[in-house]
Design a protein around this ligand. Structure first.
Ligand code: 4AZ
Length: 836
């Protein structure tokens, strides 16, 4: 081969003038070789070696650039930077304009110089791409792409981190000999799901608010068809300078699982996490619309969907409103105040101060009626209300705060990311000498009954009724000085607040003793929840994730293997190898879950979308039930026990109201269903109320909506721990012998240990029953609530059926908590009879 190719290469002949040497002979032909002059031979050998080396190098380079497997990790970052010595012009909004292209090229070059000038980044830098500009003086939004070998990832991340911390730099660029003054260069790791190729303009929209007008945009196909699978859409919205944007999703109907389809809204034109206002999925009906505010004149909305299950999508309205510098006020006498733009989500980066004044002899009393702020991160409040030198954040029920004098300062702060609905508060004068006539005045301004002092319960809400007490004979003293009922000792609940009531307990054989002396059910060992409080129940756990021998306390995956993790179903993590713990999880979802904080008694419309009112035809509410599928309801067996005059077991006498909020108020959302069959548990005992459960089949399937949803059924191994807060709902009696409620009522209860309940109740509480309520009384289910749900919000925000309202000794009496049918004990029975 070599021979023939060289022989006919005219160029080679010309250059080297070696035409006569083109006949190469095999090295083995010694005779022929020896005939030549040694100098010529050396030259030929040198040339051959040189050519071979050259081809080898070319080959290596070709391999290196084209065929070598690239195991470097592609890393995408999004960010922005402020150019303080450049003026924003309208042309910069248009990415096709010359101005845009020119400045983009300059900034991209500057970014290249910057990133390639940083030691830990330079070798891995690929490119920077400017995606948009906005006012301020000019803010440039960009993507940064790097490729890093896995072994250099840590060093690279440190380089990026260090760079993002430098706030002001002067960058000189040679391009167009311009000099850009950069203040703030922000760079942030982009979530891989949210990365769209920067130049991809499909499903990418630029919108500008028109003064005095409302603009609209929708997800693709809305309202005629569901949004497409695998969408990556973005809407970059701008307002005029010195304005902010209000974005209102008038319709919002996406898949319920945010891992699959979701909308993200940013307070920026770059999809950077640090500027994320919120990420949403599921349904937001018009009565609970999602309304968001920006802090500046830009906003970015993205819609990302996965490959299946597409929903109608959304319609959004946006408008610009002038940015008001003023936030907070001096308010006198009485009145109300709220977070900026309430009930819209508060804008990021807000700081407001209110000075509240009342007449000199009085004190200021503030009541936060709604309080929905970002939850603390690692115990730190990023968004907060500061009052009496205390920062409050997260979701709080009604809070009363009393000032020290007749003037009080309330501050609100929101950081640059993650907002929520905010707060609404009222204030009024409070006279400590007369405000609680005949009642006990709490430190926080609440008035409570005198008999509630030193009763072991935090009736004031600030413990002031429980401080400085002499413990009675049926009480013991906690280490922190509070007096609590002796019955609460060793009941598995930290009633003292310092766990001292749960120390040095005698554990039963079903319990394990924690290193700190607390007793917990043995089944809670190695369930990845620190029930002991000192981690001793989660130590020395082998095989945590892998399969374990199946017992009644393990979760059985569909493939027959069992896992140790407690309550793994529908928690958003795939725990079973076959993923069966995350199947059939379209349940326990509340479109209205953000509407308000539980604390009052009347529910919000749609807040408990599985709640059913069972009416005897033309006779009103008799029992409650829960939706568990589009055909099946679960209720209590005792509701269908025949009486002398009424055959309650006859399905034809019942009608089920789904999506109902107010009794007899039937709107278009309410669905009335007839009952096809009633299946009462075969072991139900009318004497003891054991196995108090029944299934009702609807005559025709119901369509789920924002006010009709199924509740999740707990697996047989599910554990609702003692002390957990659960919610009972229903239209039952408001007092033991009082009238029934017209508006759906809700009450938060705590799960109480069966042993404790058995000390107090008239009949036995079996292992198929669950006790919940308060030994102090006052909050309970009652007649008419029977059959209704005891709902428990579990991980991932999903709601599970913990119990079914069953019985009690009267209603809301002291030391008489209510009794519920334990839902998890009947999981197999429900499956067997309904297929759900
Ligand atoms: C009932 O009669 C009833 N306090 C239901 C629950 C409770 C009491 C009575 C619990 O249906």
């Amino acid at each position: 081969m070599i021979e023939s190719s060289l022989k006919y290469d005219p160029k080679r002949d010309e250059v080297n003038g070696l035409a006569e040497e083109v006949v190469f002979l095999p090295a083995s032909n010694q005779k022929e070789l020896e005939k030549r002059n040694p100098k010529e031979v050396k030259l030929i050998v040198g040339l051959v070696i040189g050519a071979a080396l050259l081809s080898l190098m070319i080959g290596l380079l070709v391999w290196h650039f084209h065929f070598r497997p690239d195991n470097r990790i592609k890393k995408m970052y999004s960010g922005y930077l402020n150019i303080s010595n450049h003026q924003f012009t309208e042309e910069l909004e248009d990415s096709d304009s010359e101005e845009f292209k020119k400045l983009a090229a300059t900034v991209e070059e500057m970014l290249r110089e910057t990133y390639t000038g940083v030691e830990g980044i330079a070798p891995y830098y690929v490119r920077s791409t400017i995606t948009a500009f906005s006012e301020g003086s000019v803010i440039a939004y960009y993507w940064l792409e790097c490729r890093v070998p896995p072994e250099n990832e840590a060093e690279f991340d440190a380089g990026i981190e260090a760079l993002s911390k430098q706030r002001t730099r002067r960058f000189k660029t040679n391009v167009h000999s311009s000099s850009l003054r950069i203040s703030q260069l922000v760079v942030d790791r982009a979530d891989p799901r949210k990365v769209k190729p920067p130049k991809d303009k499909s499903c990418s929209f630029d919108l500008h608010a028109v003064p005095g007008k409302i603009g609209t945009f929708t997800s693709p196909g809305f309202p005629n068809s569901p949004y497409p699978a695998n969408s990556w859409c973005q809407w970059a919205i701008r307002a005029d300078p010195d304005h902010i944007l209000e974005l209102n999703f008038v319709t919002f109907d996406l898949e319920k699982t945010c891992q699959n389809d979701f909308v993200t809204v940013y307070d920026s034109l770059s999809p950077i996490e640090k500027r994320e206002i919120t990420e949403r999925c599921g349904i937001y009906p018009p009565t609970n619309a999602l309304k968001l505010m920006s802090s500046r004149n830009v906003m970015l909305v993205t819609l990302i969907t996965d490959e299946d299950e597409n929903y109608p999508g959304f319609k959004a309205e946006f408008k610009q409103i002038p940015k008001t510098k003023e936030c907070g006020k001096i308010l006198e006498g009485s009145g109300s105040f709220s977070s900026p733009y309430y009930p819209a989500y508060y804008p990021p980066r807000a700081d407001c101060t209110w000075t509240l004044k009342v007449s000199p002899s009085m004190r200021v009393k503030v009541e936060f009626k709604i309080f929905l702020l970002q939850e603390p991160v690692n115990g730190v409040c990023n968004d907060y209300v500061e009052i009496n030198d205390q920062k409050i954040c997260g979701k709080q029920s009604t809070q009363i705060k009393l000032g020290h004098g007749n003037e009080m300062t309330v501050r609100f702060h929101s950081n640059e990311a993650e907002s929520d609905r905010g707060f609404f508060a009222t204030f009024e004068p409070y006279d400590p000498s007369t405000s609680c006539t005949d009642k006990l005045a709490c430190k926080n301004g609440n008035c409570i009954g005198n008999d509630l002092k030193c009763d072991g319960w935090n009736d004031c809400g600030d413990h002031s009724d429980e401080i400085g007490c002499i413990c009675s004979k049926d009480q013991f003293r906690c280490n922190i000085g509070l007096c609590k009922s002796v019955f609460w000792r060793c009941d598995g609940v930290d009633d003292c607040g310092d766990n001292s009531d749960e120390m040095n307990c005698e554990c039963t054989i079903e319990e394990m003793k924690c290193a700190n002396g607390k007793c917990i059910p043995k089944e809670q060992k190695c369930n990845q929840v620190n029930e002991c409080g000192d981690g001793s129940d989660e130590k020395d756990c082998k095989n945590e994730q892998g399969s374990v021998p199946c017992t009644s306390n393990t979760y059985s995956c569909k493939n027959g293997l069992c896992i140790q993790k407690k309550n793994p179903e529908c928690d958003g993590t795939k725990d079973c190898e076959d993923g069966s713990d995350e199947q059939n999880c379209s349940c326990g979802y509340r479109p209205y879950r953000h509407s308000r904080i539980v604390g009052g008694v009347a529910a919000e419309p749609g807040e408990w979308p599985w709640q059913v009112s069972l009416h005897l035809k033309n006779k009103g509410n008799v029992c409650g039930a829960s939706v568990i599928s589009n055909r099946w309801l679960v209720s209590a067996a005792h509701c269908f026990q025949d009486a002398r005059d009424i055959k309650y077991s006859d399905p034809n006498i019942w009608v089920a109201y789904l999506g109902l909020h107010v009794q007899l108020q039937l709107n278009e959302q309410v669905v009335m269903g007839n009952i096809k069959q009633i299946i009462v548990h075969e072991s139900y005992s009318p004497q003891t109320f054991d196995n108090d459960i029944a299934l009702l089949e609807l005559s025709s399937p119901v369509t789920f909506s924002s006010v009709i949803q199924p509740i999740c059924l707990p697996d047989a191994s599910h554990n609702f721990p003692v002390g957990k807060t659960v919610t009972v709902t229903g239209w039952g009696r408001m007092k033991e012998d009082g009238p029934e409620a017209t508006v759906l009522q809700q009450a938060d209860l705590r799960i109480i240990k069966n042993q404790v309940c058995n000390k107090f109740l008239s009949t036995v509480v079996t292992s198929r029953m669950l006790c919940a309520g308060f030994l102090s009384g006052g909050i309970d289910a009652c007649q008419g609530d029977s059959g209704g749900p005891l709902s428990s919000v579990e991980s991932n925000g999903k709601v599970f059926l913990a119990g079914i309202v069953s019985w009690g000794d009267g209603c809301a009496r002291r030391n008489k908590p209510g009794v519920y049918t334990k839902a998890e004990k009947f999981r197999e029975w429900i499956r067997k009879h309904s297929g759900v």
